[in-house]
Design a protein around this ligand. Structure first.
Ligand SMILES: *Cc1c(COP(=O)(O)O)cnc(C)c1O
Length: 371
């Protein structure tokens, strides 16, 4: 065994989720870009997404895209966060496409692309209410024209992203707005916009409710593939696995202790106040994992184990039924924040099942040229 803490990753469940979503999107003529940012750009998971029919991979960090390239993952790759000006060279070198909102950045991409004799594709992101990244709709025409004039840059698409900063729900209105902007851009600039990327896992409710799809022909999906949930209410998506990832942590102390601390109470390691109702003595265990490795609020235990608290390196749980033996392991399901941190933490080992994937790279290679 690889030891604890350990994240066990069921690639068959991830494949099933990705394949199911690809098929459901396909029936609306929408392609799926598989987003790998929550799994640190894992090549194993990226390959599973591609085998399931993702047309491209997306990640927010150029470092993750670079490591996918190093692992010889063959697919079109999109940087889904606006590039840093200082990373423009790395972006044109490793990513085929980037999502952009600032013409100065696109100019820099053009300079670097020209310097190394490459073409770089750009998706312009439009602000439709969530107030994270996006060009204000009234400014889109100007940015489109400036972008199309730049050497070695191709305007590949227009997109939007909702539900991330402010929780704005993708709905008939804002999705129709995106389609209208695309139609207006094509008519005015006499060009065709190939990719209309309507959003992320938060768009699934809109899609499955039988909405008017309009011009939208792509979604960038991460969490729904990985954790099997839509992201507006975090409800399971019908037919998907929500337990592809399981975290194991080891018990290093197990004792009957009071529910309430004693002494004068100031702030905790993370500046919080500790308020707990008195329930007398309870069975408490300390596990060797902490806020450096997971979001303690994002863990769900099994076997009547509940999380009481955490500091950087200790997780305290209550076990309702029996004392957890020191040296034993406790299993947890993770939410998005906990998964993100566990994948990023070098202290959490990752174990993939099955360990070797069936071949499938030739199909992927042909997809790269097709896209
Ligand atoms: C994170 C992200 C996604 C994927 O979001 P999920 O909720 O994981 O599906 C898509 N697009 C952009 C721009 C993102 O930042």
């Amino acid at each position: 065994m690889t030891g604890a803490p350990r994240l066990e990753i069921d690639l068959d469940k991830i494949y099933h989720n990705a394949r199911t979503l690809v098929e459901r999107l396909q029936s609306h003529r929408i392609s799926l870009t598989g987003v790998t940012k929550a799994v640190l750009g894992s090549p194993d998971i990226a390959r599973v997404m591609l085998r399931a029919g993702a047309v491209a991979l997306g990640d927010s960090r150029i470092e993750n895209i670079e490591s996918l390239r190093r692992a010889n993952v063959l697919a079109p790759m999109t940087l889904i966060r606006s590039p840093m000006m200082s990373q423009a060279f790395r972006v044109v070198k490793s990513a085929d496409v980037s999502c952009n909102t600032d013409i100065e950045v696109i100019r820099q991409l053009s300079i670097e692309a020209r310097r190394i004799g490459r073409d770089h594709h750009v998706i312009l992101m439009v602000e439709l209410g969530d107030l994270r990244e996006g060009i204000m709709p009234g400014d889109l025409a100007g940015v489109v024209d400036d972008t199309r004039r730049l050497p070695n840059i191709h305007l590949k698409g227009i997109g939007t992203n909702l539900a991330c900063r402010s929780g704005v729900t993708p709905d008939a209105e804002n999705m129709a707005r995106l389609s209208t902007l695309v139609d207006a851009t094509e008519a005015r600039a006499e060009c065709s916009i190939d990719v209309v990327s309507g959003g992320n896992s938060a768009n699934l409710n809109w899609l499955f409710a039988g909405a008017e799809i309009g011009r939208i022909n792509n979604l960038r999906i991460g969490e729904a593939i990985l954790l099997g949930r839509e992201t507006l209410f975090r409800q399971p998506v019908t037919g998907l696995f929500t337990d592809a990832f399981t975290l194991f942590a080891e018990v290093i102390e197990s004792k009957l202790k009071p529910t309430q601390p004693t002494g004068t109470i100031a702030q905790t390691a993370f500046g919080l106040k500790c308020h707990v109702p008195n329930r007398g003595d309870i069975l408490q265990s300390v596990l060797a994992i902490g806020a450096q490795d997971i979001d303690p609020d994002g863990l769900t235990g099994s076997n009547a184990v509940t999380v009481l608290g955490a500091s950087s390196d200790h997780l305290i749980v209550e076990s309702a039924r029996r004392a957890l033996p020191v040296g034993s392991e406790v299993a947890f399901q993770l939410d998005y924040a906990a998964l993100l941190r566990a994948m990023t933490s070098p202290f959490v080992s990752k174990v993939f099942h099955p360990q070797t994937l069936p071949p499938g790279n030739s199909a992927i290679a042909s997809m790269r040229t097709a896209n």
